[in-house]
Every structure is written in C-alpha cells, then in structure tokens.
Design a protein around this ligand. Structure first.
Ligand SMILES: C[S@@+](CC[C@H](N)C(=O)[O-])C[C@H]1O[C@@H](n2cnc3c(N)ncnc32)[C@H](O)[C@@H]1O
Length: 211
C-alpha cells in the first residue's frame, strides 16, 4: 500500500474537490461510471458531465430521499438522460446493475458516511460497504478504478474507515494498486481518500495526491 500524506488534515470540501479533479482526468466521454452512494447527487452530476451523452452513470442509494434529491439535481442540470438511479443497498449491486455492465465500469465512486442535511443515523456500514467494494472489483473494466472517501470523525465512521483500509491491504499486490491520502488514525479523524486501480496500468498514470 502506498500512502501520500497531505500537508495538513484536509477539510472534506477540499478533499472532495481533489477527488473531482482526479475523476476528471480518469473518466472519458463514453465511459460507464458507478456512484455507489449518490446522496445529494453532487458526485453523480460530476460523473454525468464527464461521461458525456455517449456514456452512462449508474447511481445507487439506500434512501428514497437521496434518490429524489439526486434526480432533481440531474433534471435541473439537464443530465438525467445519461443516469440510471437505483434505490437499494449497494451490497446488492450485482442485482441492481444490468448484467452486461460486468467488467465495464471505468470508475466506482464511494462517498461513505451519512447524507449531509439528513438523518445521521442512516450511514454506510462496514459489512455492506465491504460487500459492495468486493463486488466492484468484479465489475471494473480492465483499467478501472475505485475512489473511496471515508470519514473516521463520526460515530461508526472510524470502524468503517479501518475496515476499508484493512480490506484494501488484503487486495493482491499483483492485481491492484492502492493509495490512501493518509491511513485512518484515531488521533487524526480527518477524512481519508483511497484510490484503488488495477495494477496493469502504467504507475505514472495513477500517481496522485490532493493538490
Ligand atoms: C456521504 S453521503 C453521499 C454523498 C453523495 N455522494 C453526494 O455527492 O452528495 C452517503 C450516502 O450513502 C448512503 N448509504 C448508506 N448506506 C448505504 C447502502 N448500504 N447502500 C447504498 N447507499 C447507502 C446514504 O443514504 C447517503 O446518502
């Protein structure tokens, strides 16, 4: 596992901007993208712009309110036609996504935790998050990647961030490259960003760090 330590603990907004910049270099027009936690729809809208009218985005959330919020945001941006919304548990993503997309995802985006402005009891949980991440490794394209934002600062978030870190450490090194902005730590509960890509890529192409 490779770790890139940011100069100081980044605020979530700064880290999300860094993630969006990274996605903009990674996702091309015509690609297929997954937003595994669409929440208020900000990441889904970003992905929908990147894939263009030739690509498609699949967006999942367990909360009907999140699906409605994301739909409204897409409609107001005139991007709804390129996005399929799925209300459900991302642990069941093999049942939610069209089977022909297996092996086609260029990117799977996870923004963990709770939906800002909503019930903070509805959060992503380690068991289902790991099931979804494991499924994604089967659904990525040959040069696909997974982006994970984890928030150790809220109750349950620290356990989840550690579980995701442990899971990522167990991915076979010959198949996967794993970067964390900094490893989850009890002393620094700042948000963490992980980028997991297939090892077949030229390492220079996946060099990264929040700017
Ligand atoms: C931090 S928010 C996502 C923010 C979102 N990406 C955005 O751009 O606004 C996390 C979301 O994960 C959703 N969630 C929690 N558990 C889930 C599960 N098992 N399957 C799918 N979504 C889940 C929550 O409902 C919440 O909307």
């Amino acid at each position: 596992m490779c770790t890139v330590m940011p100069p100081d603990s980044p605020r979530p907004e700064a880290l999300i901007r860094a993630v969006h910049r990274r996605l903009a270099t990674w996702v091309q027009p015509g690609d297929v993208a997954l937003d595994a936690t669409c929440g208020n729809g900000h990441d889904t809208v970003h992905l929908a712009r990147l894939v263009s009218a030739h690509g498609q985005v699949h967006a999942i959330d367990i909360q009907p309110e999140a699906i409605a919020e994301t739909r409204a945001r897409l409609l107001s941006s005139n991007l709804a036609a390129r996005v399929r919304l799925h209300q459900g548990n991302h642990a069941c993503l093999p049942d939610l996504l069209p089977p022909e997309l297996r092996g086609q995802l260029q990117i799977a985006v996870f923004n963990l935790g709770y939906r800002p402005g909503s019930n903070h009891c509805i959060i992503t949980r380690p068991t289902t998050t790991l099931m979804a991440l494991q499924a994604c490794t089967q659904w990525l394209s040959d040069n696909g990647a997974i982006s994970i934002m984890a928030y150790p600062g809220h109750p349950g978030g620290d356990l989840e961030a550690h579980a995701v870190a442990r899971w990522s450490e167990c991915l076979p090194e010959r198949d996967w490259r794993v970067w964390w902005t900094c490893p989850p730590s009890k002393r620094r509960p700042a948000p963490r960003w992980a980028w997991i890509s297939r090892a077949t890529l030229d390492p220079r192409e996946v060099e990264l760090g929040p700017k």
